[in-house]
Write a protein that binds this ligand. Structure first.
Ligand SMILES: CC(C)(COP(=O)(O)OP(=O)(O)OC[C@H]1O[C@@H](n2cnc3c(N)ncnc32)[C@H](O)[C@@H]1OP(=O)(O)O)[C@@H](O)C(=O)NCCC(=O)NCCS
Length: 206
């Protein structure tokens, strides 16, 4: 349906939390990394803030990327529009201005993206609680993977978190998502096997 699995509802789910402490002298490295090798290779791919009008394209991207998400819960249009207005939200997209391609809307219909408008090829939702910066819902379209785009988005997020004074960046990865685990380890995140993820939900499926 919306992804390969719905891990939040799966029995025995064992999320993994990873954190990365930013040393003071690492800030300069982050700045150059966010501009780094990809900027040279993919000049036409720009990192921009997500806007409310991007909602449908973002859901389509998550679907095509095979990322599980909650279209009737915290990823619903209503809730996402609420989140986007919060000062704690750093929701970023990578747009490829080179291509115009067929796009599948959230409800499954096909449409053409107008030439020149650009195509959303990657997304990351950054949130921060004043203590830590959280990396959520990172996804890159299959055709754009292993080219450093995911890294570029995360580095840009880390740069913005660091500017806010945050020194710890963290993400939660489902235990089945071995690729994501490898990717975040490559980005310098440390796995904490001694931490359990607990939630309490006001409403089921949120
Ligand atoms: C995870 C994901 C976002 C990675 O995006 P990407 O653009 O392909 O990643 P990058 O090219 O920036 O790679 C970053 C690093 O991870 C490594 N890497 C990328 N894909 C990898 C893979 N499949 N296996 C092992 N390492 C991998 C890269 O070699 C790179 O390492 P380096 O900096 O040492 O060269 C992408 O695979 C994806 O969208 N997956 C589906 C959605 C998902 O699971 N999201 C994560 C939710 S927590």
């Amino acid at each position: 349906m919306w992804g390969p699995r719905n891990p939040e509802m799966a029995p025995g789910r064992c999320p993994v939390r990873m954190t990365s402490k930013l040393r003071k002298d690492g800030l300069r490295q982050l700045r150059s990394a966010s501009k780094g090798k990809i900027a040279g290779t993919f000049d036409a791919i720009r990192i921009e803030n997500i806007r409310p009008s991007d909602y449908d394209e973002m859901l389509s991207l998550w679907e095509r990327a095979g990322l599980p998400f909650k279209p009737t819960g915290r990823d619903s249009r209503k809730d996402m529009l609420r989140q986007m207005r919060l000062p704690t939200a750093l929701y970023l997209k990578a747009t490829d201005y080179r291509t115009a391609e067929k796009n599948r809307g959230a409800s499954g219909e096909k449409k053409m993206v107008a030439k020149g408008r650009g195509v959303m090829v990657a997304v990351v939702l950054g949130t921060q609680d004043g203590r830590k910066g959280w990396v959520n819902r990172l996804a890159v379209l299959p055709g754009y993977r292993k080219k450093g785009l995911g890294k570029r988005l995360v580095r840009e997020l880390e740069r913005r978190f660091a500017k806010m004074g945050l020194g710890i960046f963290t993400c939660q990865i489902e235990d089945w998502n071995t690729v994501s685990l490898k990717v975040f380890k490559r980005l310098g995140y440390q796995l904490h096997k001694d931490i359990s993820y607990l939630t309490k939900r006001r409403v089921k499926g949120i």
